[in-house]
Structures are given as C-alpha cells and as structure tokens.
Write a protein that binds this ligand. Sequence first.
Ligand code: FAD
Length: 549
Amino acid sequence: MSAATKPNRDSDQYDVVILGGGHNGLVCAAYLARAGLKVKVLERRGIVGGAAVTEEFHPGFRNSIASYTVSLLNPKVIADLDLHRRGLKIVERPAMNFLPLPDGGYLLTGEGRTKSEIAKFSQRDADRYDDYCAKLEAIADTLRDLVLRAPPNVVEGLGVQTVRELVRTASLGNRLRHLDLEQQRLLLDLFTMPAAAFLEEWFESEPIKALLGFDSIVGTYASPYDPGTAYVLLHHAFGEVNGKKGVWGHAIGGMGAITEAMAKAAAEHGAEIQTDADVAEILIEKDRAAGVVLKDGTVVRGRALAANLNLKLLYTRLMPEQALPSDFLARMRNFKCGSGTFRMNVALSELPSFDALPGKTLAPHHGAGIIIAPSLDYMDKAYRDARDFGWSREPIIEMLIPSTLDDSLAPKGAHVASLFCQHVAPELPDGRSWDDARGVVADLMIETVDAYAPGFARSVVGRQVLSPLDLERIFGLVGGDIFHGQLTLNQLFSARPMLGFADYRGPVRGLYHCGSGAHPGGGVTGAPGHNAARAILSDLKPFSFSSWT
Ligand SMILES: Cc1cc2nc3c(=O)[nH]c(=O)nc-3n(C[C@H](O)[C@H](O)[C@H](O)COP(=O)(O)OP(=O)(O)OC[C@H]3O[C@@H](n4cnc5c(N)ncnc54)[C@H](O)[C@@H]3O)c2cc1C
C-alpha cells in the first residue's frame, strides 16, 4: 500500500468489487448481485457505460460518442437482465450499408435489395452471395455458441483443474463435430486467412469485396491483405438485432441506453455503483487480491475483485510488480493494444447530399452505415500510409447518422453523425503527439466525406474529436484500442489474454477478468461480463452457480 493511502476507514467489505463500470462490468455486477452477492462497481468517469455511452458533445446535440452501433449484444444477456423492460429499444436501419464510389456509382445493401445492387457490378457475384451468407452464417452460429462459454484453459500438471479443462476441450470438440469437413475448412480459413484472399475466393467485383472487407479492419490496425483479418470479419458477423442474424441496428437514445438499462438491472438487484471512483492501486494481502485504493486514498475491500478495465492497464500500471509472476508480466507488457481508430462526432445543420445519390431529403441511404473505402486496395494503402506517416492521407470512414432513426439526439431539422475513422497510428512516428495532430486529422476526415458529399464540411456546426490518445485518456483504452487488445490469433479464445488465463481468473488469487480483454473480446456483447460472473460464482457461491447457466 502506498504511503498516501488513507487508513481503511468506513470501507465495507464487499463480496466482489468490480473495477470499471463499462457494459461488461455492469453485466457482471448484475448477475452477481442477482445471485445474492454484495457487489460494488467503481467507475472512474462521472457516468457508467465505458465505451457504450451517450453524451452531449455540442449544445443540443447528443450521440453515442464512442461505440455507435449494436448487433453483438448477446440475446441471453438482454433477456436475463430484462433490458427491454428496463428501457432498451433497438431499431433496424432502413438500409444496411451504403458504399459511394469515386466515379459516382454506389452499392446500397439491405433487406430485399442486396442482390440486385451487387448485380449492377457482377451477376456472378450476385449469384454467389446467398451461398456466401449461408456458409458464413453456419460458422457464425458456431461462434455464437461459444461466446457465452469459457474456452478451454491450458493448465500445467495433473489435477482437478486439468480434468475440468479436458472435459471442456472434449465438449468444444463435440460442438465442432457438428460442422462438416468443408465447414471445418472454412472455419480454419476464417481464423487464419487475410480477409482479402478469403473474399477474392468468392467475389470478383470490387464494391462488394470492399463493403464486406470493411468489417475485417474495423478496430484492427492492419491491411485486409494481412493474415488473421478474415477472423475480424467473422467477429462482426455473430450478432443479431431483434432476432435477425448478422444485422446491425440502433439503440434509441444511443449506446448509453444499453448501459443505463444494465446499470438499472445491477442496482435493482442490489449492486452499489460509484462513479468518480478512480482505482489507483490493487491491494494484495497474503498473495490474494484484497481490495483497491482509490486515487483519493479511500480503500474498498472485497473477497474478490473483477477487472472490467483494460488488462494491460491493470497489470502494468495498477498492480504492484512483485505481485505478478515475471513471465505473466512480461507477456502482459507485450499484449498488443492499438486499433488504429480515430473517432469524431459531428453536429450537422442538414443531411449530406452524395454525388452518388444526390438529395438532402431523408432517404434510406442516410440511415445506412455509410462506408468510404471503395476497394480493398484503398484500405491497404490507408494502412501502409498510417504506418509510414501516422495517418492515412485517404482514410477509411464509416459514417452513421443516428438522428435519422432517433429524434432524441438532435434539434428538429438538424442531425448528428458518428465518424468512425481508420487508419491512424496508435502512436505517431518520430515522437509526435496526437495533441498536435488531432485538429489536422479531424479536418482531413471532414474533407474526405466532403469529397463524396460536397457541402458536408459547410454543414458541420460542431465537432468532437477523439484521437487514440483521447480514447485512452477518457476511457482508459490503452493505445485507443476499441477491443481492449487486438483480435489476433495469439490473443483470442484460449489465448485471451494469454494461454493459461482464459478462465476469467487472473494470476493472483481472488482476481478475475470481466472485460473485453477476456474471451470473446471486444464489442458491446456483455459476454465477458456474463462468463466472468459464472467463474466468480462457481468459486464464491458454488450452489447458486449450479442453478445458473
Ligand atoms: C470508438 C469506438 C467505437 C466502437 N464501436 C463499436 C460499435 O459500434 N459496436 C460495438 O459493438 N462495439 C464497438 N466498440 C467496441 C466496444 O465499445 C468495446 O469493446 C466495449 O464497449 C468494451 O466494453 P467493456 O465493458 O469491456 O470495457 P469499457 O467499455 O472500456 O469499460 C471499462 C471501464 O473501466 C473504466 N476504468 C478505466 N480505468 C479505471 C480506473 N482506474 N478506475 C475505475 N474505472 C476505470 C473506464 O472508464 C470504463 O468505464 C467501439 C469502441 C470504441 C472505443
């Protein structure tokens, strides 16, 4: 304990103290409190929700300031926490995606229109599209089945734990056995291949490859020609909206509506939620995690701690070094965080008019995910540029205008847009700081949209700019990594955060992982929070665990 620590006055002993009030921390808290445990959530910011929050970023204009679209949120979590009754309403987009092209053409996908739109570029691609979706869907189903389970954990020696993990491995094998041989080959492809090579096996025309390939670099600092990016594409396919698989939608009120409903569930089950509670240090006593010290010196004690915050931040900045096995700490220092993301929220006086589909009157493409990345080569160049220069001179942007679906976000007649931009380097070359580059890069993002929708720049009446450094400062996302660590094969499944620690238990007794640094990784899923709660209950309250699946 540091010298500045205040004595352990007025701090109750909790069963579980949760470090971070992001959506996974709240989910974990709700399940644990529901099972009768005394739970405390400590959140550094003034509001809970982590990267899933709605905030006013310009007078009169509110938006989901970080994560901005919903699909991955697990239906079991929605049902168990009764999120719909607690105010959550998710609506579908009128069209799924809009890909404007530099030559004035476009691809507009969504229910009932995707195949005819693809056929504008290639009849062969249109004919293959259903088969592609069916094959991907079968694999996504397998993944769906695995997200709410702890992956097999690699353990040393022989003991009860080894037997438990062998059973888990056998059960996984059994699940994969349902896939036929060709599906197993596809699964291997998706886990290892570059997205570009995977998509090129299916399609010949550039727009459909670009539109599908965009999902392979979202939150991933890589080129679609890099091995492993096909998995990122799959990661974005296992969601659903209101029972419709693979669809993305909008939470009315923004992403904060999801976490407000989760916080309600946790509080109504008895969890205490404290904001402005900045955890500065983990207390270790007798080789066990015993509590935390807040920045103001307050001590909060718990029989168990569950870390929702980024694990690299936890282990390299908040934990006494000597409490950790040296090999674990060395690997954690090398845990790759940095997703190449630059995020803007803009207040608009009017809807954009695209060269490809002119008009400022609300039309289906305004409510779609608008993707500026016309080809896989464009994405590759964006990545290489960012590596060399710090940011892409022709960046990739997904723009969403949620006020087209939700009138609670902007004044009547005006709009808000999310700009999710890639690629930028998590750290700039030559020691330059994002504090100096933020404005220039923000202007570039606006100009990039303006090139496809002339007049867009003029319609921007307010903006919030979040560089990777800002994402780290505000949300604790190390390197601005939206997923709490890259989704590469060496940081996935049984290897998340590393081999030997995939069962939501950390290297110190009493310390658990309940955030996106654990399986199945990032995205607003609720899955790590759910799975960690199960591990904690099985240790602290085995009887309630057996009645909870
Ligand atoms: C810009 C951006 C866009 C994204 N877009 C999408 C999207 O559209 N759809 C989607 O599904 N996913 C999206 N994601 C990913 C998704 O939002 C995250 O992976 C997910 O929200 C992480 O949830 P979490 O609960 O695991 O962690 P977080 O949301 O990161 O929560 C961790 C919490 O810990 C708190 N904390 C940190 N340090 C401390 C401390 N010392 N003491 C106390 N508390 C602390 C933080 O303030 C935060 O509230 C996006 C993320 C970002 C950043």
